[in-house]
Design a protein around this ligand. Structure first.
Ligand code: MLT
Length: 324
């Protein structure tokens, strides 16, 4: 009998016990981050997880399970016991782009998870090593076309946000840079700072400190408005690339079958974290965009994931990209 079936059966028995969810959680909760420590997904998970732990009265323990553009950790979560003690921080890559890129994906983002809630929107910034010759986005576009595959692009694996958002950029520019995959854009950023790679499309929450320190170069942010966290950084529209508009997001999921009372408790803890002034400030200082009231519900996230899968699938299939 499959381990997941045993787990589900055990949970069914346990949840039949009155008050099963009322006492939840009675032990620490594992939050799987499907990328290496130190990257944007990890940063958002640790910031919200810290405050959620206080509300829940149990520690949220981050477990980094990297690989395959975040699909390894997402698969681990989908197959975990639906008892509320394994959740994950997913995002636009793992729960939006992945089905288009992994024909044999072992989970369906729209069917194999219960939604807990949206944590933060994460606008995309085009960044480069600080001594890359182009001074602005227009020069970068010309340079990238001239360099083509001699240009190295870092990303966090096929299907990751950094991969998919740069696929969009590369298709628009008609360039084919050489991809350098990492287990997360935390380690990728280290190599960008040290000049081992040339550029990256990454989530702003990973980049603000390095951009402000001048240890990497930022060309533009791919959202209609500038970010309050980087007020001097032009938008792609201002910088001459109006069609490059893309943003990512990070949200919490639990395995399918996790009792509603439990996902409701987790959603309540997440909503309280986002309402906490210090937690809110930490996320917004890094350029995170917090969901509005309607965007904080489990139902809103469920509808959003379905829309994201529907949106990304044709875009990526037309780009001819797959993980194989
Ligand atoms: C990505 O999808 O690029 C990831 O968010 C990178 C990371 O979190 O390390």
């Amino acid at each position: 009998m499959k381990s997941t079936a045993i787990a589900a059966a055990a949970l069914l028995l346990a949840s039949a016990v009155p008050g099963f969810a009322q006492g939840y959680p009675t032990k620490p909760v594992t939050m799987i981050v499907p990328f290496a420590a130190g990257g944007p997904t990890d940063v958002v998970a640790r910031i919200v997880g810290e405050h959620m732990s206080r509300t829940l009265g149990q520690q949220i323990v981050i477990e980094n399970v990297a690989g395959a553009g975040g699909t390894t950790g997402s698969t681990r979560t989908a197959q975990a016991a639906p008892d509320g003690y394994t959740i994950m921080m997913g995002h636009m890559g793992t729960h939006g782009a992945a089905p288009a890129l992994y024909p044999n994906l072992k989970y369906d983002p729209t069917k194999d998870f219960e939604t807990v809630g949206m944590a933060a929107g994460t606008p995309i910034v085009i960044v480069a090593r600080k001594d890359l010759p182009p001074k602005d986005l227009k020069e970068f576009v010309s340079y990238a076309k001239q360099q083509n595959d001699k240009l190295n692009e870092a990303h966090a694996g096929i299907g990751s946000v950094s991969h998919t958002t740069c696929v969009l950029l590369n298709v628009q520019l008609g360039i084919k840079p050489t991809a350098v995959p990492y287990k997360g854009t935390g380690p990728a950023l280290n190599d960008l700072v040290s000049g081992q790679v040339d550029f990256m499309c990454d989530q702003i929450v990973n980049l603000v400190e390095q951009i402000k320190a001048g240890s990497i170069k930022a060309y533009a942010i791919a959202t209609p408005e500038r970010s309050p966290a980087l007020p001097d950084l032009p938008t792609t529209k201002e910088a001459g690339l109006p069609d490059y508009q893309v943003s990512a997001w990070n949200a919490i999921f639990a395995p399918k079958g996790t009792p509603t009372e439990i996902t409701a408790k987790l959603n309540d803890a997440l909503v309280k974290a986002l309402a906490d002034p210090n937690t809110k400030k930490r996320l917004e200082d890094l350029g995170g965009v917090l969901p509005d009231e309607n965007g904080k519900t489990r139902e809103a996230l469920k509808a959003f994931v379905a829309a994201e899968v529907a949106r990304w699938t044709p875009v990526l299939k037309s780009a001819g990209v797959t993980a194989n």
